[in-house]
Design a protein around this ligand. Structure first.
Ligand SMILES: Cc1cc2nc3c(=O)[nH]c(=O)nc-3n(C[C@H](O)[C@H](O)[C@H](O)COP(=O)(O)OP(=O)(O)OC[C@H]3O[C@@H](n4cnc5c(N)ncnc54)[C@H](O)[C@@H]3O)c2cc1C
Length: 506
């Protein structure tokens, strides 16, 4: 009897190492590795040309690796249901294997449709949990201990397999998918080799000043790991990253290595926890992609965005130099450090009083590392709609003074401010020479920074005083809050306790 064909559906797990579906498939029969480019997905407002370019680079490398193991990757274009349906018809005795995916609403619905198709066709779909994020989790208790146990589990190597032939489709270019031109000249390169390079150079050379450097945009770009886009598309697995981190920690301890390494590695390992902790929220409540996490904050901001304000924000033309420099940097590089991402959201959500859904979509398109689970949880947190975190309204002038004291970052990204003396640059609108030197070249600020923050604070305070607010906060916390054991190996995540603090970053 011929062995059952094993269709391995690659999604956001674009690697051959530590890939349980591929390993299980290789052990069971001939393997057909497939990736589906889904035009409807690429029409979504949270996708972009830079995502697609990064994906194509990643697929190219993956295909070469698969080819060396048994057969190249078969890239198909179309609706997943149609592509898989054709495969099921061609290989009636087949099994579908993939990882569980915690993606956006669209991929969630698509997986439901594929599940129904597989059932109708009588095909088994083995969805392997990726570990770290737990489907249908009953309670958050014990989550961190499970994380440690899973991440310490065996990392399987790339398996050789017997390949199955199936004609691939020509790969559409971004324009054919209807994606807008999206030049991102300093974007990170896709693929596993680049991911491993980022991880290794961080662990052995770049990481020592991580803790101090992570807050300032320039230093962070050099000293943060920069592995996020590789984790987002799965060309690196979280298990192998965690184990590389633990191994490095052990090495540092044994060697008594100084120079910041020990603290850097503790902070890094905490953040790996945070990633899955945030993704777990979306897995547990997919609606947080569009609905306020705290029901008492629904309708706090207008539902529709002011496109003019958001365009100015996205282009880096708000007239607030540090915001604009960060935005222009993000446009060109596809990456920004955590603090500045938080500040950009805070500015749009509080100062500009825009709905976080619209802001979040625009940022999602700009981040090469867009990961819905982290992204929507963070966007809500930085917009104050979780109801359980202390609220922080970042003052962009203070952030500029703290994180870019020598104004090198602003000068690089806003060359039109070249004539402005350094002492005035963070509040350029106060510079007496503004009119003569900058009128028509750089905008006046779209809002009064201090006044807008005060008004936002008052609105948020009023909403949080509504009856029943605290009870609802407790329910959000019970569902999504981290539990104490998470602190064993790492620092507490930033949303550990319920509190009604409002922090104005004056
Ligand atoms: C509004 C907002 C949106 C964000 N959207 C995304 C997103 O779409 N994709 C994404 O990967 N990260 C997102 N982050 C989290 C964080 O900013 C990035 O993970 C980090 O800057 C990526 O750079 P790095 O790989 O050098 O991180 P490092 O500092 O080197 O950290 C290593 C890894 O830990 C994880 N991590 C780090 N910080 C956090 C955090 N605060 N929360 C959760 N996980 C974290 C990431 O997987 C990261 O790659 C967002 C943060 C904010 C405030």
């Amino acid at each position: 009897m011929a062995a059952q064909t094993q269709i391995v559906w690659f999604k956001r797990d674009l690697r051959v190492e530590d890939h349980a579906p591929l390993r299980l498939a290789a052990e069971a029969g001939p393997v057909l590795p497939v990736y589906i480019i889904e035009p409807d997905y690429w029409a979504l407002p949270d996708t972009s040309g830079r995502h697609y370019d990064f994906l194509l680079e990643t697929l190219d490398e993956l295909s070469q690796q698969l080819c060396a193991l048994g057969a190249p990757l078969v890239v198909k274009t179309g609706e997943a249901r149609d592509v898989l349906s054709a495969l099921f018809a061609a290989y009636p005795d087949c099994r579908l294997l993939s990882h569980e995916e915690t993606g956006n609403q669209w991929t969630y619905q698509r997986d439901i449709a594929v599940g129904a198709l597989a059932r109708e066709a009588g095909v088994e779909w083995l969805e392997v949990p990726p570990g770290g994020v737990i489907r249908r989790m009953k309670s958050r208790n014990g989550w961190a201990a499970r994380w440690d146990k899973d991440r310490a589990g065996p990392v399987s190597g790339a398996p050789a397999f017997c390949g199955v032939d199936w004609p691939a489709d020509p790969i559409p270019d971004a324009e054919q998918l209807g994606l807008k031109a999206d030049a991102c000249p300093q974007r990170q390169t896709g693929g596993r080799a680049a991911g491993l390079n980022a991880l290794n150079s961080f662990l052995t050379e770049r990481g020592a000043p991580y803790r101090k450097a992570m807050s300032a945009p320039d230093a962070a770009a050099r000293h943060c790991s920069r592995i996020s886009p590789y984790l987002a598309l799965g060309s690196l697995s979280m298990r192998e990253v965690a184990q590389a981190g633990w191994a490095r920690q052990a090495e540092i301890e044994t060697a008594g290595q100084r120079g910041g390494w020990s603290g850097a590695m503790r902070s890094f390992m905490s953040r790996l926890h945070w990633r899955d902790h945030f993704m777990q929220k979306l897995e547990d409540e997919p609606e947080i992609e569009w609905r306020d996490m705290h029901p008492g904050l629904e309708g706090l901001r207008p539902r529709s965005a002011d496109p003019e304000r958001l365009d100015a924000w996205e282009r880096g033309e708000t007239g607030v130099p540090f915001i604009d420099a960060c935005m222009r940097c993000l446009n060109q590089t596809g990456w920004m450090n955590f603090r500045m991402r938080a500040m950009l959201v805070s500015f749009a959500s509080y100062h500009l009083w825009q709905p976080w859904q619209a802001t979040g979509e625009r940022l999602a398109r700009l981040f090469t590392d867009y990961e819905p689970g982290i992204h929507w949880s963070q966007v809500q947190m930085q917009s104050g709609t979780t109801g359980v975190n202390s609220i922080r309204i970042y003052n962009p002038v203070k952030q500029g003074l703290d994180q870019d004291p020598d104004v090198r970052f602003i000068r690089r990204w806003l060359p039109e401010l070249e004539p402005v003396p350094a002492d005035f640059i963070h509040e350029v609108w106060r510079w007496p020479g503004f009119e003569a030197a900058l009128e028509g070249r750089y905008p006046r600020p779209v809002v009064d920074v201090m006044q807008a923050a005060r008004e936002a604070r008052e609105r948020v305070f009023a909403a949080r005083k509504q009856p029943g607010f605290k009870d609802a906060s407790r329910r959000v916390l019970a569902r999504h809050g981290s539990r104490a054991p998470m602190r064993r190996r790492s620092n507490p995540p930033p949303q550990a306790k319920p509190d009604n603090q409002l922090q104005l970053d004056l």
